[in-house]
Design a protein around this ligand. Structure first.
Ligand SMILES: Nc1ncnc2c1ncn2[C@@H]1O[C@H](COP(=O)(O)OP(=O)(O)O)[C@@H](O)[C@H]1O
Ligand SMILES: Cc1cn([C@H]2C[C@H](O)[C@@H](COP(=O)(O)OP(=O)(O)O)O2)c(=O)[nH]c1=O
Length: 201
């Protein structure tokens, strides 16, 4: 079964993902962007570049995702493993959907739908997505960005996109209140994961 953790930068995904490793010790823990491949390195180069082309950046993230699928996700699912990924395709739908919407020069009617459509022929849908829900200002604050207000405005449009994704696919998502303490967030995430794994078996 494939489980993904999603949310704004600073929502606490990585904190939870690290703590889950003790509780689900048989699971495969992975992440996007990948941190052990040249595809992931290319993505991080693009993140560092303030002038990165939005469409080029979308395809870098998507290339990293394709390699992640074939190298990590598909083999693990074929073995019957539980896979827990810190970010996955919804990050592209929400973030690149927002970046492309803000970019001039790309005549896309609905950038989020465009990014979803690109994935449709080859990607694998998660069985469960846990969304760590946090307001954009707290997210920007926790993420420690240099330009907090600019980042919060961008994250607000990303958050709206996550809400669209939840609305179109409510059964796949479990929303967790990420303003709670780290321990309370971890308990809610563990409950959601345990319930999903039990009903999957
Ligand atoms: N529930 C929480 N309440 C307050 N601060 C948190 C919480 N979870 C994580 N943090 C802090 O917020 C920052 C971002 O957390 P992190 O797990 O890296 O988020 P993400 O991976 O979603 O960007 C870190 O400094 C972390 O210690
Ligand atoms: C996977 C993915 C990440 N991102 C963004 C979210 C983050 O701002 C950045 C790096 O991701 P990540 O390292 O997970 O950052 P954080 O732990 O702060 O959430 O890349 C996308 O824009 N699209 C994607 O497909």
């Amino acid at each position: 079964m494939l489980v993904t953790l999603e949310g704004l930068d600073g929502s606490g995904k990585t904190t939870v993902w690290e703590s889950l490793q003790d509780r689900f010790s048989d699971a495969v823990f992975t992440r996007e962007p990948t941190d052990d491949s040249w595809y992931g390195d290319a993505v991080y180069r693009s993140i560092e570049d303030d002038d990165a082309d939005p469409l080029a950046e979308l395809f870098l993230y998507t290339a990293d995702h394709a390699a992640h699928l074939s190298r990590v996700i598909e083999p693990a699912l074929e073995r019957g493993d539980l896979v827990i990924s810190d970010r996955y395709s919804d990050s592209r739908f929400a973030y690149q959907g927002a970046t492309l919407a803000a970019a001039d020069g790309h005549a896309l009617d609905d950038p989020l739908e465009y990014v979803v459509d690109i994935h449709r022929p080859f990607s694998i849908d998660p069985g469960l997505t846990i969304y760590l829900d946090l307001d954009s200002e707290t997210a920007a604050e926790r993420a420690g960005t240099t330009n907090k207000f600019e980042r919060a405005a961008y994250l607000e449009s990303v958050r709206e996109n996550y809400e669209r994704l939840i609305e179109r696919d409510p059964d796949r998502f479990v929303r967790v209140d990420a303003t709670q303490s780290p321990d309370a967030v971890l308990e809610d995430v563990t409950d959601a994961l345990t319930a999903a794994v039990e009903s999957f078996e």
